[in-house]
Design a protein around this ligand. Structure first.
Ligand SMILES: [Zn+2]
Ligand SMILES: [Zn+2]
Length: 341
């Protein structure tokens, strides 16, 4: 089969490799759709010891496919089933798994290999984090399950509800998904981004109002003005920049929640007004990754058409052009690229 194989930072090779055979507990999928992700761009530049502990490996982690072979002992899934698989599976046994927080699992198993014609899914992923799809949903839409689940965990933890004002900082694909999910809950959404190709594209999507931070001298004042002087009920950082985390804290109103969704560089820190944090009862929430339950709820939202993320697919390319797709992403000239093997 043809596959795009990651050999280390900056070293992505288009190769011919054997089609995997399913070992006991495994399934093999023919990949129908794979999506590029900002994480791929970072990983290609500097590696990713957590998500990619060993090289070489087939690259990519957002996928939907059709089961072509089933290993011994697999019961719930059959040949011919259409499925989405998350990019990780928790152990189910550590203290975080046991208290219902499997996204913090001490032994999360990460799986890569979306940018190939076929992939073998390991037993733990088959058992815990592979979801069978109905006939109607297109593969390209189902492949959004993983990033949608990351965003959904944040929206659920912040308890976003109808009528609330929600400010999302960051106009990348995840900022957009966070905004779309908040809109689907009938919140009033303001998306803060920066002028450029992607922001122009994002403005045409049904996400709510947009604020161009690069043309706004005081972003926090603009958000306060847009929320009747009160500040937002929920603010979410999806940029991973400490200075934006600080804006997210400042833009939250009395009783508001601040969600730290975007991961910042190691060693960075932020400052905030302790008086406001206490007397205004601000809630600070970190959210990381997703859980098997949230993956299922994300698939439900996609299948029901509550969330239709198709507008984020700005390009479609063949497998051998993954490198070009990631270059476009790095330059900010694509939101998500659909890779069709
Ligand atoms: Zn991703
Ligand atoms: Zn665990």
């Amino acid at each position: 089969m043809r596959a795009m194989v990651f050999h280390g930072p900056g070293d992505l090779r288009f190769e011919e490799i054997p089609v995997p055979e399913p070992a006991s507990g495994e399934i093999v999928l023919k990949i129908d759709a794979a999506l590029t992700c900002g994480t791929d761009v970072k990983t290609l530049q500097r590696g990713h010891p957590v998500m990619i502990p060993r090289v070489p490996t087939v690259f990519g982690h957002e996928l939907a496919g059709t089961v072509t072979a089933v290993g011994a002992g697999v019961r719930r899934i059959r040949e011919g089933d259409r499925v989405v698989a998350a990019n990780s599976a928790p152990c189910g046994e550590c203290r975080f798994c046991l208290v219902g927080r499997p996204n913090l699992c001490e032994d999360l198993l990460f799986v890569n290999g979306a940018y190939g014609e076929f992939i073998a899914l390991p037993p733990r992923l088959v058992a815990r984090n592979t979801v069978t799809l109905g006939r109607a949903i297109p593969a390209a839409r189902a492949a959004f399950a993983e990033p949608v689940a990351c965003a959904l965990l944040a929206i659920e933890r912040a308890r976003v509800e109808s009528g609330q004002s929600v400010v999302v900082f960051g106009h990348g694909p995840l900022g957009c998904l966070l905004g779309m999910l908040a809109v689907s809950r009938k919140a009033r959404v303001l998306l803060v981004g920066k002028a450029g190709w992607r922001f122009e594209r994002v403005r045409t999507l049904p996400i709510g109002d947009c604020l161009d931070a690069s043309a706004t001298p005081d972003v926090v004042a603009a958000i306060r003005a847009a929320t009747g002087g009160r500040g937002a009920d929920v603010t979410i950082d999806a940029t991973g920049k400490p200075e934006v985390w600080e804006q997210a804290i400042e833009a939250a109103g009395r009783g508001g929640s601040v969600v730290f969704f975007g991961g910042c560089a190691p060693g960075t820190s932020v400052r905030f007004d302790t008086r406001r944090a206490h007397y205004e009862e601000l809630t600070f929430l970190g959210t990381f990754h997703h859980t098997p339950d949230v993956i299922r709820r994300a698939v439900d939202l996609l299948e029901a058409g509550v969330l239709v993320p198709d507008g984020l697919l700005t390009h479609r390319m063949a497998l051998e052009r993954v490198g070009d797709a990631l270059t476009l992403m790095a330059r900010g000239e694509a939101l998500k690229v659909l890779i069709e093997p």
